[in-house]
Design a protein around this ligand. Structure first.
Ligand code: NAD
Length: 359
């Protein structure tokens, strides 16, 4: 018998009414009947903060841990010390930065993601976020709800995406899909910054140019979108110093991880007008505290904020894919079948991906 622990968020009434909300404590990634019918123990909780949380109590003898980036159970080095029986961490989704991956390597714990499961979901959200910032959509909609009608107030900060330079930090599965989706908008140029060059044919298909220096990259972009994982090399990458090199009034979209962008530096850049807008769904701490500056920060014209809770990669379509994928990973583990190599972040002998830094 294997003990499986899952840290998921509570879906409350929504999860009872909508069974396709699979990533909730109520619907348990659709795995409860399957795991328990095989005789395994399956503990599901949302209680994840602090040493007295159910997460930290149950992890001591769990063999498999399932987490999601949407309600991350932070598996720190200290928690690894307690997790004496842990063999496999499954991220139901993409992005395993909530796990201390170096500690996983040290403790010989495998870490797998459901690679690709929500990359289209996020890429669509990125394109939407770029458009809503560039076109100044949120203030225009808020004006309508207020009962007002002052076209110039919103048009004074609304532009077309056509003829703008858009660049992605990270041109992996999501970053590349963003570039693909931007092609019909006739941008002036599409740029990317990544230590892994795109295959020639892929770069040609979207007509994207690689820029090797990050400061030179941001200095050329009207819109920057962040699509790389969070690791030692990207934490705080977009900080006060880098923001000075952005074009004045650029737009920044980050659906990768909140901590890649410095919280206070972004808020200050928006306030000063160095950035015209910031949009994304990821926060340095999740759930974000009520007084998090990113909830209410604005540009000098009172707009430029497109923040939402972490949901771009958790559409109902995505939930189906990552629940199915997580089940496959566990099934492979339980029956000693090979894993899909693309899903392996940390394998039996160490890192198996280059995406979490050039190791
Ligand atoms: P991927 O592994 O396919 O691509 C990541 C790319 O980033 C790779 O090409 C890698 O070389 C590049 N990269 C790594 N470090 C870099 C650095 N320092 N500078 C520039 N590029 C760097 O991953 P993906 O599927 O495209 O996902 C990317 C990230 O998006 C995930 O790690 C996750 O954090 C985030 N994500 C967010 C959501 C959401 O719901 N908001 C959902 C899925 C993924």
């Amino acid at each position: 018998m294997v003990k499986v622990l899952a840290i998921l968020y509570d879906g409350h009434q929504a999860a009872q009414e909508e069974p396709r909300l699979l990533g909730t404590t109520e619907n348990k990634l659709g795995m409860y009947d399957w795991l328990t019918s095989l005789g395994h123990e399956y503990v599901v909780t949302s209680d994840k903060e602090g040493p007295d949380s159910k997460f930290q109590k149950e992890i001591v003898d769990a063999e498999i841990l399932i987490t999601t980036p949407f309600h991350p159970g932070y598996l720190t080095k200290e928690v690894f010390e307690k997790a004496k029986n842990l063999k496999l961490c499954v991220t139901a989704g993409v992005g395993s930065d909530h796990i201390d991956l170096n500690a996983a390597v040290e403790k010989h714990v495998q870490v797998l993601e459901v690679t690709g499961s929500n990359v289209v979901s996020v890429a669509e959200h990125v394109v939407m976020s770029i458009l809503l910032l560039v076109r100044n959509f949120v203030p225009a909609h808020e004006m309508i709800e207020r009962g007002d009608w002052a076209v110039s107030e919103v048009a004074r900060n609304a532009f077309d995406l056509e003829d703008k330079v858009v660049g992605t930090i990270g041109a992996g599965r999501i970053g590349y899909r963003v570039l693909q989706r931007l092609v019909p908008f006739d941008c002036k140029e599409l740029l990317y910054y990544d230590y892994a060059p795109l295959p020639e044919a892929a770069a040609k298909a979207v007509n994207a140019r690689k820029v090797d220096d990050l400061k030179e990259f941001v200095a050329q972009c009207d819109v920057v979108t962040v699509n790389c994982p969070l690791h030692e090399g990207t934490r705080g990458l977009v900080n006060a110093d880098l923001l000075k090199h952005f074009k004045k009034g650029a737009w920044l979209v980050n659906t990768a991880r909140g901590a890649i962008c410095d919280k206070d530096a972004v808020a200050a850049a928006l306030k000063s007008g160095q950035l015209s807008g910031y949009s994304g769904d990821v926060w340095n701490v999740q759930p974000a505290p009520k007084d998090h500056v990113w909830r209410t920060m604005k540009n000098p014209l009172g707009g430029g904020n497109g923040m939402v809770p972490h949901y771009s990669g958790t559409t109902l379509d995505a939930q189906k894919r990552y629940a199915t994928g997580a089940k496959e990973i566990i099934d492979n583990y339980l029956h000693d079948k090979p894993q899909n190599p693309a899903n392996i972040i940390v394998g039996k002998t160490g890192y198996e991906t280059k995406a979490y830094g050039q190791r």
